[in-house]
Structures are given as structure tokens and as C-alpha cells.
Design a protein. Sequence first.
Lengths: 149, 213
Amino acid sequence: MAKAWVDPAYRARLFKDATPAIAEIGYAGRQGEHIVALENTPKLHNIVVCTLCSCYPWPVLGLPPVWYKSAPYRSRAVANPREVLADFGVTLPKDTEIRIWDSTAEIRYLVVPMRPAGTESWSEEKLAELVTRDSMIGTGLPKSPQDLK
Amino acid sequence: MGGKHGFGPVKPEPNEPVFHAEWEKRAFALTLAMGMPGGWNIDMGRFARENRPPAEYLSMSYYQIWFAALEQMIKERGLVSDDEIEAGHSLRPPEPVKRVLSPADVAKTLHRGGPTERDTNTGAAFKPGDRVRMKNIQLRTHTRLPGYVRGHIGTIERVIGCHVFPDSNAVGAGENPQWLYTVRFDGPELWGADGDPTVKISVDAWEPYLEPA
């Protein structure tokens, strides 16, 4: 994620075809055969779910947490995502479009969160400390610079 | 279960471990490893996990479901019998199997994964921007067509490619590759007039699930 924040060419490759772009930095394999990266913007927030069971991009995020596989998340993420975000302590502006990606096939989705404000001079290594698992599922936001203090 | 009510809030667990007990680790590893001698494919595995009475499905933990499905699949294939499960160890010589996952091959096998895209000579019936209705197919075997989109109208957002069709693959009817699309729906189309108009939902749907709208 941090690489996508600092390297425009890498970012372009990631959104064009995420599977080889992610393989470049060493992540590939089972349950990550066909990865698509989703771009969060000030107007659009992406959230990933698998209402059918538990599909999740193992090679990049590991195995899914219990809540991701639970009935509350699977039932509510598609119908009431703002309530689900509230369960995670996240509130988005009312006019932000929310896009839910139900992982019903073998395509695995990975959210690319927005780079936090106030990090303009930061290195890729330091930015990586701001990236959280939930921010790549869409149920969270990256940490802010204040969170690291 | 998309859109069903009454399950309560999502409860994230701070600093959650990958597994909550040793047996979960073992159930997970055994399920992946037994795919090779067992000879089932991923869609057969999914069907074995989901195809149980709803009350039972909802009251079991995730890895309890995995373990129950594993037990069922190895029993169905004659690799183990009830008395052996009861005894907790094998009581007779093992059945011959075609392939076994050796420890040395685990990393390589996981790295290789199981890509599902296939070559095809057929053209895709739909293109981005087309309006489609999700067919109301009530299959009793495995399907990836969620109940909450059946009968609803959406827009083709992306033509993904030609992929193994799970509805066929799960019942041993072959890979039967079909064109796969991302289909996007407006919130109110799925959830009625009170549906949040700022929410859009997409599913990935194979061509047999779709008809022109």
C-alpha cells in the first residue's frame, strides 16, 4: 500500500492488473490467484465481503478474522454498510459513495486506502506503519500520523 | 445470508490470533492437505461445508464446519469409516490414493494456487454498461448466485474473463468454463425505497446467471 502511495508507476500497475503487481513484491498463491485492487478516493469508499462464506485474499492479508466470516458481517455489509462501519468506529461523510464488493467468484479484492494527510514527506517504510488490515478490507481507515505518536 | 436481519452487530476482536485453538490449525491444514488424496475440488469442498441444516450451520464455528465437511468428504470417498472415526485411529490398511501432498511440496502447492481462468473460443454475451437481470435460479446444489440479487436488475461493470463454473464443478460435472462479469446494483434496487442511495453493491456473476434486462 505504501508503495502505491509513493510510486505512481507502481500504483498504475497495481490498478491495471494487481496479481502480477503484487507478485513483484513477493506475494502470490492460493486464494490470491486473481486479485483486483480497489481505489478509495474522497468520493468513493470500497468495502469487501463474502456473503456466501469467507473468500479473502490469503497471500496478502493472511487468513480472515472471525468477524469477517461471521453472520453479522456477511448479512449486514451488503445492506447496511454504514452501520457496519459504525461497529468499527468509522464514520464517513454522508455523500461519500460506498461500494460493496461481494466476493462471489475467484476474484479477490484488496482495498487501497487513501494516503493519510500530513504524510507528504514520509518514506515508504514509515508510511507502511500506517496501513492496517481493516483498511485493506474497507472496514477501517489507515492510522493517522498522530496515532503513531 | 446477505441482507438477512437479526444477527446483531459485528464484533471485531482486538489483537485476534490467526487460530483460537490448536485443533483449528489442524482442521485447516488437514482440509487443505486432504484435497489431494481426496480428489475433490474447491467447489465440492465449499458445498460440503455449506450444505447442512441452517440451525446447525449457524450454531457451528467456522472451523467446526470445516472439520465436519472434511469428515464427511473422506467418509464419502471411503477413505475412513465410522468405526475408525469413533476409535480415533485407523482400524484397517489405508485405501490406495492417487496423490498425496508431501511436506516438501506444501509451500510450492500453496504458491501455485488454483487459477480458475480458462481459454475459450466463445465471445462474451454482455459488455460493460449492459443492463442485466439476475435469473431466479433455485439450485439445491452449490451455486455462487446469492439469494439477495436473484430477480434484480444491475449493470455490467467489467467483463472479467472465462472462469470455471462452480455450479458444474461442485457436482463433478466438469469445469464447464463460462464468462464471468462484475455486476453492479444500486442500493434501493436490492433493499427497497429505504435502501441507502449512496451504496452500490456488486457481485461477480457467471453468464448462465444473467439475462438481458
